[in-house]
Design a protein around this ligand. Sequence first.
Ligand code: NAG
Ligand code: NAG
Length: 536
Amino acid sequence: NIERIDLVCEVNNTDHHTLQNSADRLIVRRGLPFTITLHLRPGTHFQNGDNINFIAQTGPIPSVEAQTKAKFSLSRFISRSSWSATAEMSDSTVSLTVCSHPNAPIGVYKLILDQGEAIGLGEFVLLFNPWCKQDPVYLASEAEREEYVLSQDGLIYRGIPNRITVLPWTFGQFEPGILDICLQILDESPNYISDAALDCSERRNPVYVTRVLSAMINSLGDKGVLVGNWSDDYEDGVKPTVWKDSCSILRQWSNDGCRAVRYGQCWVFAAVACTVSRALGIPCRVVTNYGSARDSNGDLVMERFYNEFDENIADDSIWNFHVWVENWMTRPDLSLGYEGWQASDPTPQHRSEGVFCCGPVPVRAIKEGELTFKYDVPFVYAEVNADVVEYIKLRDGRVFKMGGSTTEVGKSISTKAVGRDEREDITHNYKYPEGSEEERRVYEKANHHNKLAQAGEEPGLHIKIKVTPDMQIGSDFDVYAELKNNTMVTKSCRVMFYAQAVSYNGKLGETCGLGVILVPCRSWVCQKWARTWWQI
Ligand SMILES: *[C@@H]1O[C@H](CO)[C@@H](O)[C@H](O)[C@H]1NC(C)=O
Ligand SMILES: *[C@@H]1O[C@H](CO)[C@@H](O)[C@H](O)[C@H]1NC(C)=O
């Protein structure tokens, strides 16, 4: 008896904060009702008493058990905790209000009226809902929802703590076609290809979706979006520093038959992950960590080896900065208290359960040193907390510890402030203040700092190179060596200073300066200042 169906997209999409996306396609969020209008043929009626059932289904193999298919009938009231529908009749139209389960899988749905024969009422896209208290991605503050879900522009921080640079970025999650590409990313994932029914069912869970995205934004091991390249040669692709927005990358990937786009580096991976998260309705922000350790062997210690002539001969590297994302959600799979921001890192650096992905890691688990929590806490913990130990390896093969630092790694962790074009320092979310009692407690729990403690106690001669803390880019700066004579005799030392350019990912350039001074080292500590001619 239905003549025409009006999905009333403009009104519904406005209510569901998806109007920016489209006014002619129904895009709704979980746990919030939407109303469509059925226009009946003249002279026909729609009766509440009739046996009227609805089916909402998603994915290629909808099933009630997997929650990818919901069957429900007309009721008097809308329920906010399950699929439900109500109807209001007038002469020739029926206003049909439908509400999804707040934990229903996200994706493209068919809505079907089942009255003996099945009549398709239309299609809609269901997204996560940060406005809905029952949704695990619920975010209470409207200002934060504006920033972390709806804002299509952002700022990404790079550089070094003394000279932080800002890259404006267009996320463009509501640009034409982008939502479909985001859903396509899920459909290209190995999880979907190997078991589509299970994968669609798991799309209920933002923890699962975030983890899939952290694997699919990079192209290692799957048909993911971006290839990483740190070679300084980008001839057959786009130089990572050239990109300014996520949409051109996502469109290129989709138009090119899901061939990975060349090339990305950490901030590009993170920015694309942020676009896809916001498009699907998971609150997301881009986060920059300065002095970011990349712990290759998982011992929470960055070991740097030098030979007598400046060359760094180590595996572990410290990046001037590294960029990842945080997504907002509850963690029903962990104990209470670990909901909130979850770090996830789409840059391919680390295999987790065999796949190049990382997270989601509760940011609080990093602060508390809970290294056993899911997923990948030790890797992110090391990125912000690892200690640095430096060794010198002589020509004859002998190795000496030179010193190190407990403060070099994990500084000025930054993200764009809510509603303002300013930087917000969120280091306190990741770690307790340096030197505080809580910090020591966490360190003990995470059980490291051992190597560094030993390094200070050893007999022999110890050297530390320091620069003035107020060092400025573009002007002269002071460098000094602090020598410790932990022996019984006077030592005469020849101290050589080298300077070397280092790129943001820890790759060393050419030696750009050399100075030699002679120091008699008689007392416990002797310092030698040297004004240098180096400039950065
Ligand atoms: C990086 O780019 C260069 C030049 O375009 C290419 O030869 C090299 O294979 C790329 N590396 C990776 C890992 O794709
Ligand atoms: C360093 O050198 C002097 C000799 O001038 C020596 O007396 C002293 O004990 C040494 N060690 C320390 C720990 O000061």
